[in-house]
Write a protein that binds this ligand. Structure first.
Ligand SMILES: Nc1nc2c(ncn2[C@@H]2O[C@H](COP(=O)(O)OP(=O)(O)O)[C@@H](O)[C@H]2O)c(=O)[nH]1
Ligand SMILES: [Mg+2]
Ligand SMILES: [Zn+2]
Length: 323
């Protein structure tokens, strides 16, 4: 039987089979994924083969090839990774300029990591209803900055629903990872998109997650849009999914050289093509076109600072750490 892994709690996986059943599954014996030392060899978003047993549950016997997967390196020294999700089409990063204020460093690190995974990111600025005139101008400047770099930006209020409609077409037929700092309104947004979903999520995370950062788990939430094209949304046939990742603030990346890091900051990469040295780190080198562009304000200071902070992580050997 084939199915999609839609939830992972410890050693149990919830699989939605192609014929619409939800079955609790375990991994068979010492089934392991080649090449990855992971705390969870199977992840949310994986397509799997399962073999039912006579206890009403099933064993996962095979994982189909992944298009991609996002990992987070464990904070401890076990060298194990945690696979946050597999087969992700895109990510939405929910950010806020107030209550709480999302730092540009956090945004830029997330964007750079996503570039490394080739996962497109849509920036969603939430809580527009809270903005006074100054905050609104600040947010507009942020939107302007990230749009200029090439990221799609939306301004919404998950509370009032303002701007949320515009997200529907972006989510259709896609698997979307939903991320953002705690408190930015991810659950509220999910609840807007899927009425009733966030309460459920909150209850589950309360039961399993209190005070522990080790037991974070992801869940896929089916999105059903009442489409005007006459295509009726059946839960089972849902092709649009949101992946809620409670407790996961971002994801780690693999080791990379400064040249690679540069390529994950799109506008810095653009200017770096003109640097005198091909292995320029854009920190002190003569003939550095990035430093020149920074001086001329073609590159934002905040973006350059984020680049530097990731460059420093590498030197300190904590590059893979989650943030
Ligand atoms: N004013 C305002 N508050 C919001 C909005 N979205 C979420 N909140 C509030 O922000 C707090 C955190 O929201 P929550 O969805 O739990 O954030 P999460 O941690 O990202 O899941 C809650 O008190 C929400 O009611 C919004 O658009 N406007
Ligand atoms: Mg939440
Ligand atoms: Zn340079």
């Amino acid at each position: 039987m084939r199915g999609l892994v839609i939830k992972n709690t410890g050693s149990w996986y919830t699989v939605l089979t192609d014929d619409g059943q939800l079955i609790d599954c375990k991994i068979k014996g010492n089934f392991r994924l080649k090449g990855i030392r992971s705390t969870n060899p199977v992840a949310v978003g994986d397509r799997v083969q399962i073999v039912p047993n006579n206890e009403g549950t099933a064993f996962i016997t095979e994982i189909e090839d992944r298009r991609n997967y996002i990992i987070r390196k464990s904070i401890n020294l076990s060298k194990q990774s945690h696979i946050i999700a597999a087969n992700v089409d895109q990510a939405i990063l929910v950010v806020t300029v107030v209550n709480p204020q999302t730092s540009t460093t956090f945004i830029d690190r997330f964007l750079a990591s996503a570039e490394a995974y080739r996962v497109p990111v849509i920036l969603v600025f939430n809580k527009t209803d809270l903005l006074d005139e100054d905050m609104r101008r600040y947010q507009e400047a942020m939107v302007n900055l990230y749009q200029t770099i090439g990221y799609e930006c939306h301004q919404i209020s998950a509370n009032t629903g303002d701007g949320v409609e515009a997200l529907h077409p972006l989510l259709k037929d896609k698997i979307t990872l939903l991320s953002g700092n705690s408190g930015v309104g991810k659950s509220t947004l999910i609840n807007r998109l899927v009425p009733g979903a966030s309460q459920r999520t909150a209850e589950i995370s309360d039961a399993h997650n209190t005070g522990q950062h080790t037991t974070t788990f992801s869940e896929m939430i089916p999105l059903v849009f009442s489409s005007s094209s006459g295509e009726e949304g059946q839960g089972v046939e849902a092709k649009s999914w949101l992946i809620d990742t409670p407790g996961i603030k971002g994801f780690g990346t693999f080791d990379m050289e400064p040249e690679e890091l540069t390529s994950y900051f799109k506008e810095i990469f653009h200017f770096s093509q003109e640097c005198r040295f091909s292995n320029c780190t854009h920190t002190h080198e003569p003939g550095c076109a990035v430093l020149k562009a920074l001086e001329d304000h073609y590159i934002a200071e905040s973006r350059y600072q984020s680049y530097l902070s990731m460059l420093e992580d590498k030197d300190e050997g904590k590059y893979r750490a989650a943030y």
